[in-house]
Design a protein around this ligand. Structure first.
Ligand SMILES: *[C@@H]1O[C@H](CO)[C@@H](O)[C@H](O)[C@H]1NC(C)=O
Ligand SMILES: *[C@@H]1O[C@H](CO)[C@@H](O)[C@H](O)[C@H]1NC(C)=O
Length: 439
């Protein structure tokens, strides 16, 4: 049994400060890379009732993430590195201009080789990332709920392919400083802090700090190989500015945003728009909400929510909503989850204390749930997405997509079950999150 070692993780954190910052790859073309759409390909074409979607596995994975997040916060506090300064240049503060984005979408780059991404039963969305020279392509969970780039190497027996082979890259450099990350269940992933050329299509940075994973005590991460964190540097265990924010800080993006379109029921068309907003993927105008606290202490993509609604009525208290593409479902403090379901006919608290359940046959008729942020708009969740699927495989009892996080911390962790109804724009330039009705 591998035990979490504070010492080596702290060594990693301290070492990270000496890593060089990422630099842009010199462009052969006159035109700088500005934006990139990474399309999601629906490989499995699964709906939630299918065998390849296992609700229990999804919840287990999400809860591991939550625990890991808590451990990381704790670790950073103890190691005194909590307030890493967020570097934001003037470029990062340029106002977002939707016309720039429309233009960006229309450039010929959009037509260049598409990186296939996969909608894994609406529970996990992932796509390709190029790393090294020549480029090695791996699969990545693009995660707005963390800030490190973590890629498994060929040496990692318990990791998921496609692996990265440092010996085959001319641009790989390592600090030999250990990187160790612990999950709440005691499992770990270990590696070394390194730097590499990291690219999505023509959007590329050299010397991007990342962790190359060489050993994991259990499967990491699967079905995708690695993780790319899109949250703030304050929570980067590597101490590095995340790839997307480094691109933005250097003025290399058409707009300093990443936007997600997450398809429903295994449908085609999901995508990540890096440096852009894809107006083909939503209707109406996006509505934006400021980040809290909205300053250099920012950790996650947090915005204020007045609470959750049931059939249009506010039924929970106010919370901080963390908008997290790397979490499948929606997690509320137990008291708030109980309040949400309290007056919903035919819904019962499950004996496990985490879920609220109903007959799958009633999924379409239990009513509509939603969220209200700092405006009067009710952001209703598509009922098919509110149905988290059978509580166990083959069961005709289904679980709501809102699950208890087990912690009275005032935080709503809002994952793909919400984002698949609402096109989500993570606007670093203006420190805000926008939502528009997804197609
Ligand atoms: C791989 O994971 C299993 C448990 O799933 C563990 O027993 C084994 O030690 C791990 N292998 C390595 C090389 O860490
Ligand atoms: C950020 O804002 C919060 C809340 O207003 C405040 O407590 C904190 O001190 C601020 N941090 C910085 C670095 O400005």
């Amino acid at each position: 049994m591998v035990h979490f070692s504070l010492l080596s993780a702290t060594a990693g954190l301290l070492a990270a400060a000496s890593l060089v910052s990422a630099t842009p790859v010199p462009s052969n073309q006159n035109e700088e890379p500005r934006a990139r759409i990474v399309p999601f390909v629906n490989k499995h074409a699964v709906a939630r009732s299918s065998e390849s979607y296992n609700h229990a596995d999804v919840v287990e994975r999400d809860l591991r993430r939550i625990q890991r997040r808590n451990e990381l916060a704790d670790l950073r506090k103890r190691s005194g590195t909590e307030n890493v300064k967020v570097k934001r240049t003037a470029a990062a503060l340029e106002p977002y201009d939707i016309n720039t984005l429309r233009k960006a979408r229309m450039t010929k780059r959009q037509g260049s080789a598409a990186d296939p991404l996969v909608n894994n039963g609406d529970a996990l969305y992932y796509g390709n990332l190029d790393i090294g020279t020549p480029a090695q392509t791996t699969t990545i969970d693009f995660d707005t709920g963390s800030s490190d780039l973590i890629v498994p190497s060929v040496d990692c027996a318990n990791c998921t392919a496609p692996f990265f082979d440092p010996s085959k890259s001319t641009s790989f450099a390592t600090t030999n400083q250990p990187f160790e990350t612990a999950f709440g269940d005691g499992s770990t992933a270990n590696g070394v802090l390194s730097t590499e050329t990291v690219a999505i299509g023509s959007l590329a940075l050299q010397n991007q700090p990342f962790a190359v994973i060489t050993q994991a005590s259990v499967g990491f991460d699967g079905p995708n190989a690695g993780l790319m964190g899109l949250a703030f540097p304050t929570i980067a265990q590597t101490g590095a500015t995340p790839w997307f924010m480094a691109l933005a800080n250097q003025g290399l993006l058409a707009s300093n945003v990443v936007s997600f379109y997450l398809s429903r029921q295994g449908a085609d068309g999901s995508e990540l728009c890096v440096g852009c907003i894809d107006t083909a993927k939503f209707t109406g105008e996006p509505e934006y909400f400021p980040l809290t606290p909205g300053n250099s202490s920012q950790k996650y993509w947090d915005i204020a929510t007045q609470g959750f609604t049931y059939n249009g009525n506010l039924v929970t208290g106010a919370m901080t909503a963390t908008i997290d593409s790397g979490t499948s479902l929606i997690y509320l403090p137990p008291s708030q989850a109980a309040a949400l379901y309290a007056n919903v006919p035919g819904v019962q608290a499950h004996e496990d204390g985490k879920h609220w359940v109903f007959p799958c046959a009633n999924a379409g008729s239990i009513g509509t749930f939603g969220m209200v942020f700092s405006s009067t708009t009710n952001f209703a969740i598509n009922p098919t997405q509110f149905n988290g699927g059978p509580i166990e495989q083959g069961s005709d009892t289904c679980s709501g997509a809102v699950v208890s996080s087990g912690e009275e911390n005032g935080v709503a962790l809002v994952g793909d079950a919400f984002m698949s109804t609402w096109y989500s724009i993570f606007d670093y330039g203006n420190m805000r999150v926008g939502f528009a009705q997804a197609v």
